[in-house]
Design a protein around this ligand. Sequence first.
Ligand SMILES: Cc1ncc(COP(=O)(O)O)c(C=O)c1O
Length: 359
Amino acid sequence: MIPYGRQYIDEKDINAAVETLKSDFLTTGPKVKEFEEALAEKLGFKYVVAVSNGTAALHLASMATVHQGNKVITTPNSFLSTSNSIMYQKAKPVFVDIEENGLIDLNLVEEELKNNKIKALYLVTFSGLPFDNERLKYLKEKYGVKTLLDNAHYFGKDEGGCDIATYSFHPVKHITTFEGGAIGTNDEKIYKKLLRLRNHGTVKDENMYPWEYKMVDLGYNYRLSDVACALGLSQLEKVDMFLAKRRQIAKYYHDNLPEKIKPLYPYNEKSSYHLFVVRYPFNSLEEKAEFFIKMRQKGIGLQYHYIPINQQPYYVKKRYFKKFPKMEKYYLEAFSLPIYYSLTQKEQNYVIECMEELL
Ligand SMILES: Cc1ncc(COP(=O)(O)O)c(C=O)c1O
């Protein structure tokens, strides 16, 4: 089976994890800090907090960003966690339609900002494509909103001056720590809050009794283990190679896809290509499903990202249901092709051939 995404683990990764398994620390130990510092360097943030998964990262980032009743603009085209993290805080998502490239439409975002009292923008660098950073800076300054980037698909430096960014290290992502995630920020106050929230909302200092800790916030156990961080450090050494290969695969699809299958956007060196999304004008979702099943019979596991979040039963019950014209068209037409480090050109050719035959 050729899946749409998968991890790449080598002997070095295995040895790094095994070495930590043999050490004194399985949970919080030296590898956590080392991993956080390496990530901070790579992602260009002053501070990084490693957490147990990308959803936990969004939850804590949300706790540091919005409060009950705040309105938060976000995209219907993401995994559930993005808008769920708004709901966890009892804040209110304001869904806005997407552009042709799958990202939230910043023109429509500005319309909402003009007409509504908005606290924050929760933006997803969907598929790995960064936003127009100058536009983001302008919106942030003009409307005084906080910006949170869900960078589960993007791996690189933020140049849009976001307040906080979250990452996921699920196996299909750029690097993996089994389950895992991280939060980046340049704000020391937010950083300290995140550290507390990750560990039950507790603090400890040298003036306390040796056994003492104080709980000052309602936090969680969202820690990432030392074994996972050791794996993360080893994966991080390969991330440039992983990204280069993803871009190479993307370029090859661009150059070799049949005319009728259109890439989501022109080849873009800045994209980290977590996903390679294409469009085809299916007549119905049934026709698209039939194509998926036939491709699966040929050993190719296509995926689709994402069902509009605001059309999920929970969101419908909460009265967020809305049909956005661009999102609807995207849902009908888009699907994600296999893209991962170990995908070979022969396999890519096979994917292309099968699509050509079936469409
Ligand atoms: C855009 C986006 N946000 C958040 C998440 C959640 O990450 P995790 O699965 O690590 O909790 C994902 C994971 O699929 C994602 O794709």
